[in-house]
Design a protein around this ligand. Structure first.
Ligand SMILES: Nc1ncnc2c1ncn2[C@@H]1O[C@H](COP(=O)(O)OP(=O)(O)OP(=O)(O)O)[C@@H](O)[C@H]1O
Ligand SMILES: [Mg+2]
Length: 229
């Protein structure tokens, strides 16, 4: 069973001057264990796609299923609750809360889920170790490098044990060597823990790590030839 299944998704934005089609006829599936990369230039619809696949935003047309539930039709609060449980999100600009330490940022989604304190502590410690940030737990975001902030964002996405992590341009703010290390870390987490990853990026050098590669252009998604599965 697919974790997320999108059928004929369309997203139109209405501005005063015109109607912008950010997504057109998108058919896309995320399956358990996936490690998919979607390439697309700036403005091609990558962030729009992740916002809709995660249920942050609603499509203008089409259907979206999360674990076979038709979440496109759900209320905002119902979508938020399901997203919290099933999906980890890594945003284009990290979105860490500046007044919280690394550990507190990572703990935050667990507070929203009403997880008890002892389990929160255990889970935060476990993911900090997975992203090799244990020694930076008490630092604030402003005291961390870009790569370290990105690892905090990854840990925060993983701490709720989601079936899938959606990541928006994970290497855009990093030098190329750090970017490759971040993607290798995601691949390791995929292989060791079975978490599915979908990464959207304009950076073609990441494709070598993907199990499946797609392209998005003007809001249209196509699979690239040579996909391994
Ligand atoms: N709220 C909005 N209102 C109107 N148009 C929008 C809105 N948000 C996005 N768009 C338009 O939708 C298209 C896709 O935008 P999106 O942010 O998804 O692109 P992207 O691929 O993530 O770009 P980048 O690589 O620069 O982050 C763009 O043409 C953009 O101008
Ligand atoms: Mg974007």
């Amino acid at each position: 069973m697919a974790i997320i299944k999108a059928i004929a998704l369309e997203k139109a934005y209405h501005t005063e001057a015109e109607q912008v089609y950010a997504l057109r006829d998108v058919n896309f599936e995320i399956n358990p264990g996936d490690f998919s990369i979607i390439n697309g230039p700036s403005g091609s619809g990558k962030t729009t796609l992740l916002n809709i696949l995660s249920g942050i935003d609603r499509p203008s047309k089409g259907e979206l299923y999360l674990d076979d539930l038709p979440i496109g039709q759900f209320s905002d609060s119902a979508r938020t609750e399901i997203r919290r449980d099933k999906i980890g999100l890594i945003f284009q600009s990290f979105e860490l809360l500046p007044v919280l330490t690394a550990a507190e940022n990572i703990e935050y989604p667990l507070l929203l889920q009403n997880i008890r304190p002892s389990e929160r502590r255990e889970r935060v410690a476990a993911v900090l170790e997975q992203v090799e940030l244990t020694q930076y737990a008490k630092r604030f975001p402003a005291q961390l490098s870009g790569g370290q902030k990105q690892r905090v964002a990854i840990a925060r996405a993983l701490v709720t044990k989601p079936a899938v992590v959606l990541s928006d341009e994970p290497t855009a703010n990093l030098d190329s060597e750090t970017g490759i290390r971040i993607v290798k870390l995601m691949l390791e987490l995929n292989q060791k823990h079975g978490v599915a990853f979908v990464i959207v990026t304009h950076d073609l050098s990441l494709n070598q790590y993907a199990k499946r590669i797609f392209q998005i252009k003007d809001g249209v998604i196509t699979a690239k030839e040579g996909n391994r599965c």
